[in-house]
Design a protein around this ligand. Sequence first.
Ligand SMILES: Cc1cc2nc3c(=O)[nH]c(=O)nc-3n(C[C@H](O)[C@H](O)[C@H](O)COP(=O)(O)O)c2cc1C
Length: 246
Amino acid sequence: MDLARSFQDATKYYREKLPEARCAAACVAPYKRYDEHLPRIALPRPESLPKASFWETVAHRRSVRRYIPAELSGMSLCLLLWASQGITRPGNVPLRASPSAGALFPIETYVVVNRVAGVAPGLYHWQLPDERLVLLRADCDLGEQVAIACLDQDMCRSAACSFLWTAVFERTLRKYGDRGLRYVYLDAGHVGHALQLAAAALGLGSCCIGALFDDEVNRLLGIDGVHESIVYAASVGSAREPSGGL
Ligand SMILES: Cc1cc2nc3c(=O)[nH]c(=O)nc-3n(C[C@H](O)[C@H](O)[C@H](O)COP(=O)(O)O)c2cc1C
């Protein structure tokens, strides 16, 4: 409880000493960009949005940890990425499918592909605003490596793909100071939930993952774990058995 208490205290707003509003400096890049020479994939986009009922989707969302070895369509992956982190209102301050404190969007999305039609197995970064998958590592064994790094959770082996969400802390802390740390993790939660609802709406199963060895996942992603670190993950695939709901 000591850490919980000191975290709450260190990140509280106190009426008598509200921090000065800081500007969300332009010097922190809003999007992470990898080398322009790396291979890029544009996923097929649906002509219209799926017609799933919101209420049915909420009722049927369940964490699914066992998947059949079916391939995910490229369009489904496109929709999952878009529904969790896609730009839904372009403009000077582009806004996204999930809310973010100060519209600063500290969360980056990486995808480990095991079985997605038209996308070779490997590790990809989802590049915004262009909505391209940038191939960071072609490797058929990554599902296994992610499973091991996620406390040997088998779902990452059998999933069609796994989402790995990192935070670039400075994007949010630059404006909000230590309080921003709360916002970063709240932002990540929104993204995870949006992914789960999108998966349910597409008739897919998914499960959010918080149990992971941070350093191992960071190493796998090639990030330093300080300026950018893994904060959350999820597996997605076709459920082995129907999930609950109402
Ligand atoms: C922050 C967070 C972390 C989680 N981490 C894991 C995990 O590492 N492994 C797992 O199997 N489920 C994980 N879950 C899923 C929960 O176990 C699941 O949401 C809970 O049992 C309720 O079931 P439901 O999602 O089907 O409603 C996590 C959920 C959240 C919100």
